[in-house]
Write a protein that binds this ligand. Sequence first.
Ligand SMILES: Nc1ncnc2c1ncn2[C@@H]1O[C@H](COP(=O)(O)OP(=O)(O)O)[C@@H](O)[C@H]1O
Ligand SMILES: [Mg+2]
Length: 339
Amino acid sequence: MASSVMPTPRRGGGPQPPAAVSTIGLRKSYGDKTVLDGIDLRIPAGSVFALLGPNGAGKTTTVQILSTLLTADGGQAQVAGHDVATQPDGVRAAIGVTGQFAALDDLLTAEENLLLMADLLRLGRREGRSRTRELLQRFDIADVAHKRAATFSGGMRRRLDLAMTLVGDPQVIFLDEPTTGLDPRSRRTMWDTVRSLVAGGTTVFLTTQYLEEADQLADRIAVLDGGRIVAEGTADELKAQIPGSHVRLRFTDPAEYERAAAAFPGAARDDENLALRVAGDAGLDALRALLDRLDAAGIRAADFSVHTPDLDDVFLALTGHGSTETGTSTPLHVKETLR
Ligand SMILES: Nc1ncnc2c1ncn2[C@@H]1O[C@H](COP(=O)(O)OP(=O)(O)O)[C@@H](O)[C@H]1O
Ligand SMILES: [Mg+2]
């Protein structure tokens, strides 16, 4: 938490925005377990960055090091122009952090929580009040301003927690798994909130296990796995790194499956599910050609689906294992079309 408030110089109009966060060779071990094995990052000011990784990948460890709550074993890190090791006070004054578990006082109302934070930041009575009023409005909690935090839903708690982070007007905000455990509707509200933060010029460093979340929010995404960044880029750049679209043909009759496999020798076999994976463009012309080919061979598939790559596929391709999140892949199912 910020212990003082410094006037925060905003970005100039230079061609390349300065880095809000940069690390070189960041390392951290617990005993003989290496959690971070040399992490290099550069996050331009005013952008949203997502650190994507499964449970236990080291996301929270990274956030804790960058927010000076934890000391790295090696490497360097700068946040808002301050070195985390040698200028921790400068870092703290420039950042806001919200964790997976909200730091609210349940006995206080939403308004009291915000006013308390303003007091801790020594904002002064007038400024504290006006800042509190503004944040209650902005986070859509004004109508419950006088209710105790204990009565809030998960989504409201996260919003209040984030509002508290913003009392000090930080340049860089760390959101550690901001939507884990939230229902889909609250998750979407949170996404809107994050988007509005960025529109105001704040740099957001978020961690997530949700591929869709990174895809939705982040300008750039880094995939953390086994203590290393295994991929970094925009969602589109990451998607471009993996094999393209494919069509999955599934059969119920093993003989039919074998005939199809013979007709499509290039297709990947999934014998267990009697399914073939035919690589190629998922465009209409390619699909039509595929259907014509099936027709010509007199083959009837039980169902087929068209898959365009999403971040889930990226994760699988890069790490050799899936993400913990399932169900984010949204193949276009065209069942029974081939009857
Ligand atoms: N204080 C600690 N002592 C020992 N091991 C820890 C400690 N904190 C985290 N770890 C281990 O470090 C790894 C990374 O943890 P963490 O950064 O919390 O991952 P994530 O946030 O990506 O789920 C995990 O295997 C975790 O068990
Ligand atoms: Mg974590």
